[in-house]
Design a protein around this ligand. Structure first.
Ligand code: AMP
Length: 588
């Protein structure tokens, strides 16, 4: 039996919904609509009411440009495009224009327009691509408009141009579904849980419509449907965090990259962003890493994807990763901006939904499942029990190029709270950072041996700023980026004459370099920002007691400042000024 529903019924409800801004009334209208909708069609009606055809993560948009819609309306109503445009100028709403132009035109409609017909046509419009797509889309729309009443046309045109905007929030829809099918709003929590682990309102609606609360309780995590992200609260001090966490927590490096939710089924991999867009095409390297690193048939894992310097292994700033956000030129971007992934959660593995297990258990599973390599690892993690331990770990995180730490509850109640910002995760970030726009000239005071491709030469140079008052060089950064292969090959020879067996008496450093030099050579360096630092000496105690300043993400510009004596290098005072002048508070 073919189940049918008239689109007119939906259009009538939309009209009533538009007349209210009260959430309760909105819910009542929705309840009414859901009650009249056959269960077989509930998912489609739910998507349509939000101006969609599928859940967002499917990435299928109807997306008809206004220009094209104008042509379709003209064709359907047999008027000149100019007339449509004129009306549109007046109404400012193409939907209303379509309604107006259709009024008075009595098309002979044989059967009432059904929801299926509307859905099917819009679906075709959304999926048409390639040559001639524009004409096809236009014809599909204009043919559909010939079968509609003026009111139906209004809502269809708004839907295809992305202007439906009835303001039906996900939570209002969940309320209405609970009322009709789960015994009342009291069941909202359970219905919402299903939504939070699937991000698919249509699937939740179908499930609750067919099987009520019992079916919703059985609704499980599915590979391929993104789980809504768990989010962190924020506190300003380690003391506050530990208090909230009951005296102990797992502190983890907070990497400055892009969150990716990985879904793997055998060799099929899908990647979702924090906002649950499908970003698989952007990261062929993450897909490959997933295949190699996740030792399970099926898994859903969360990781932070970070730009890295493959030669030094250092993390690169977030801005570099942003070059990976593109539709074309993926392969080139992949080579220019390589990445590593740091996994921090496992939500599902081989049939086992882990979202309601405590975090330490999930982490244990994650450790078992992930084959660690130089491009795929786990987030650095330490169980801390005091504010001092937490502060120390935090400073290490900053030093290693991270934004701060995420503290996670290790209690038995520490489930994965899909879609919620809660106190089970608390972030602790650097309070301040200061963007760098100018280059600085720094003195080479030491070096670290290279590994891998850099074996035999230096992996990074230790650099200092000049303090004219004390006549010393105070370390401010460790730089391994920006050197060409030629530079690298030359470095040991170039510094041979300056090499000494101990730290030079004019060099002030907390770090222990592998090799020390007499301060002589000046290099031009550009960094991304200046931050407080537990291990560099430049600016020590001048901005904050116990902290110095460091240049983060330094890169050699290629400019050896042979014209400069070490005493002509950028001074400590200048670095402090640069830090203070561009200081900005981080957003929460
Ligand atoms: P925020 O975006 O400032 O609210 O911080 C939360 C974000 O930090 C998450 O969405 C992740 O993208 C990122 N993140 C980095 N490292 C971790 C980690 N170890 N655990 C959880 N989230 C992390």
């Amino acid at each position: 039996m073919v189940i049918q529903m008239e689109y007119g019924l939906i259009a009538d409800t939309y009209e009533r919904m538009e007349a209210t801004s009260k959430r309760l009334e909105m819910t009542d209208h929705l309840v009414d609509l859901i009650e009249r909708t056959p269960k077989e069609l509930i998912d489609k009606v739910v998507y349509l009411t939000q101006g969609k055809l599928y859940p967002d993560y499917a990435g299928i948009e109807i997306g008809i440009a206004e220009k094209l819609a104008i042509r379709a309306i003209a064709l359907a109503t047999k008027v000149d495009e100019k007339v449509v445009r004129k009306s549109f100028e007046r109404t400012g709403d193409l939907g209303e224009t379509a309604q107006e132009l259709l009024e008075g035109k009595a098309f002979k409609v044989e059967r009432p327009l059904t929801v299926e017909k509307v859905f099917e046509t819009l679906d075709k419009i959304a999926r048409t691509s390639g040559r001639g797509a524009i004409e096809t889309k236009m014809n599909l729309l204009s043919n559909l408009l010939r079968e509609t009443s003026p009111k139906e046309a209004k809502y269809i045109v708004r839907t295809v141009t992305g202007k439906l905007r009835l303001g039906v929030a996900d939570m209002t829809m969940l309320d209405a579904l609970s009322v009709v099918y789960a015994g009342g709003k009291g069941a909202r929590g359970e219905v919402e849980r299903a939504y939070n682990i699937s991000s698919d309102l249509g699937a939740v609606a179908s499930t609750v419509a067919r099987g009520g609360l019992a079916a919703i309780r059985k609704f499980g995590v599915q590979v391929g449907k993104p789980i809504r992200s768990m989010l962190a609260e924020r506190l300003r001090t380690p003391q506050d965090i530990l208090e909230k966490m009951g005296g102990a927590c797992a502190a983890e490096y907070k990497y400055d990259g892009e969150r990716i939710q990985i879904h793997k089924r055998v060799s099929e991999v899908a990647l979702f962003s924090r906002r649950l867009e499908n970003i698989t095409h952007q990261y062929p390297d993450v897909v490959e890493l997933t295949r190699k690193s996740i030792r399970a048939k099926e898994a859903i894992a969360e990781c932070e994807c970070v730009a890295v310097d493959l030669e030094t292994g250092e993390l690169r700033p977030f801005q570099e990763l942003m070059h990976r956000r593109r539709k074309y030129g993926i392969k080139e971007a992949m080579e220019l901006y390589p990445i590593s992934i740091f996994a921090f959660d496992l939500l599902f593995v081989d049939g086992d939904d882990l979202t309601s297990r405590p975090y330490p258990e999930r982490r244990e599973h994650l450790e078992k499942v992930l084959a660690v390599s130089d491009r795929a690892g786990l987030t650095r993690y330490r169980l801390v029990r005091s504010a001092e331990e937490l502060e120390k770990f935090f400073e290490e995180a900053i030093q290693d190029g991270c934004e701060g730490v995420v503290c996670k509850s290790v209690g038995s109640h520490a489930v994965y709270q899909a879609g919620a910002r809660g106190w089970l995760w608390i972030k602790y970030k650097r309070d301040y950072r200061s963007e760098m726009t100018d280059t600085v000239d720094l003195v080479v005071v030491g070096a670290f041996h290279g590994r891998g491709r850099r074996a035999g030469t230096y992996g990074a140079l230790l650099l200092g700023a000049y303090d004219p008052r004390e006549d010393t060089f105070k370390t401010v950064t460790k730089c391994g980026a920006g050197f060409t292969d030629d530079d690298l090959a030359r470095l040991p020879k170039m510094f041979e004459d300056y090499r000494i067996s101990h730290r030079h008496s004019r060099v002030v450093a907390k770090l222990e370099a592998d090799v020390w030099f007499t301060p002589s050579v000046v290099l031009e360096i550009i960094g991304a920002e200046i931050t407080l630092s537990p291990i560099h000496i430049c600016g020590l105690d001048k901005v904050r007691k116990g902290s110095g300043l460091a240049i983060r993400f330094p890169r050699f510009t290629g400019n050896y400042r042979l014209d400069k004596a070490p005493e002509d290098a950028t001074t400590e005072e200048e670095i402090i000024e640069m830090y203070q002048s561009r200081l900005k508070r981080l957003p929460a």
